[in-house]
Design a protein around this ligand. Sequence first.
Ligand SMILES: Cc1cc2nc3c(=O)[nH]c(=O)nc-3n(C[C@H](O)[C@H](O)[C@H](O)COP(=O)(O)OP(=O)(O)OC[C@H]3O[C@@H](n4cnc5c(N)ncnc54)[C@H](O)[C@@H]3O)c2cc1C
Length: 418
Amino acid sequence: MSSRYSVFSLIANAFSGQKGWTPAWRDAAPRPDYDVLVIGGGGHGLATAYYLAKVHGIRNVAVLEKGTIGSGNAGRNTTIIRSNYLLPGNQPFYEWSMKLWEGLEQDLNYNAMVSQRGVLNLFHSDAQRDAFARRGNSMRLSGADSELIDRDQVRALAPFLNFDHARFPIQGGLLQKRGGTARHDAVVWGYARAADRLGVDIVQNCEVTGFIRENGAVVGVETTRGPVRARKIGLAVAGSTSRLTRLLDLRLPIESHVLTAFVSEGLKPVVPGVVTFGMGHFYVSQSDKGGLVFGGDIDGYNSYAQRGNLPVVEDVCEAAMALMPQLGRLRVLRSWAGLMDMSMDGSPIIDRTPIPGLYLNCGWNYGGFKATPASGWCFAWTLAQDAPHALNAAYRLDRSRTGHMIDEKGVGAQPNLH
Ligand SMILES: Cc1cc2nc3c(=O)[nH]c(=O)nc-3n(C[C@H](O)[C@H](O)[C@H](O)COP(=O)(O)OP(=O)(O)OC[C@H]3O[C@@H](n4cnc5c(N)ncnc54)[C@H](O)[C@@H]3O)c2cc1C
């Protein structure tokens, strides 16, 4: 088992030439049988395994990951965490996630670099201000913090913004001070280590290639490292969900799209928190290394690639220049992309499926990183109790059919609009 991190272990290792550290988690080989199998070693899968063991005492669990843990979206996102939603199906869930973030590092005994540096959503019109006022009130009803601030208050926080843009003058913003960023890799590693300490097997380089079915139920999976059986199987494979459910003839109301992120050369501290543009899809924060981390829209076509295309680069740079014209002199160091599981209403699915033994966690759209703790917590609950928790009760798989959509942005059933 990995050692517990503390000031004492730091001091002891400093005096022993750093030779006392043990690996943060075991490199487990798959066993033939488990109580629960979680497919996908991203943040959601690992958090699910951790909460299964910690909250529900179910420790005969394995996480099967086709590559290395965190090599999917969990390690590719722009690391923004927030609970600034509007609708009752969403806001309590994301506020619970924020509360879990606030205690995560103590809980996991791991520095996930959770930084509550604030998230500021800018508004540029009276109508947008009214919509943000409504959103802020909804946030407060769920116990979250929110402040509607005017142009001068925005200027005091972020004087570098382009306040007098002829088309998109900044009128103010909705500020959530408890929002911010977390170090995405550290979140993955922290959950992996904590789950491993509770006995969970984390099996890397183990791709699920098929399902074992008996009497209609799913009772195991075929993998590149042999068959593995389990009483319950939870999918947490984000943009690859439809690839796996296709093997079961289960069609889902999600599409896979590519989302690109960018990082610039390092600067002295300039952007104090997360800032989002209200008149285009653009969000920016500054990493602890100094690079500006930013992104925008998904590519407008379906893809399982992990590389985006040039129209989005142009679109993101246009929005960036409208908001911060000085960015035109900045060099972009890298861009990369992830494989997004876009649902039709922009909200996720955490539910049982019509196939006995199979459970689903997907549809995270642009926003699954901030959901990681609550998603794992609720998926673990759903797997353990065979029923959703009140917090994920609205995230039903059949809501497209029954008409109970959670259309957070109010833009209709098209992933490239939300
Ligand atoms: C560029 C970008 C920026 C983003 N920015 C933000 C942000 O700022 N804030 C926010 O909240 N969200 C953001 N997101 C969204 C967020 O990253 C995702 O919604 C979230 O990470 C998805 O959950 P996950 O971590 O479990 O997924 P992943 O990390 O993708 O995990 C799924 C895992 O399943 C594995 N897998 C797939 N198929 C198989 C198989 N057959 N067998 C075994 N394993 C398999 C994959 O290898 C992968 O590791 C962003 C996403 C991207 C791409």
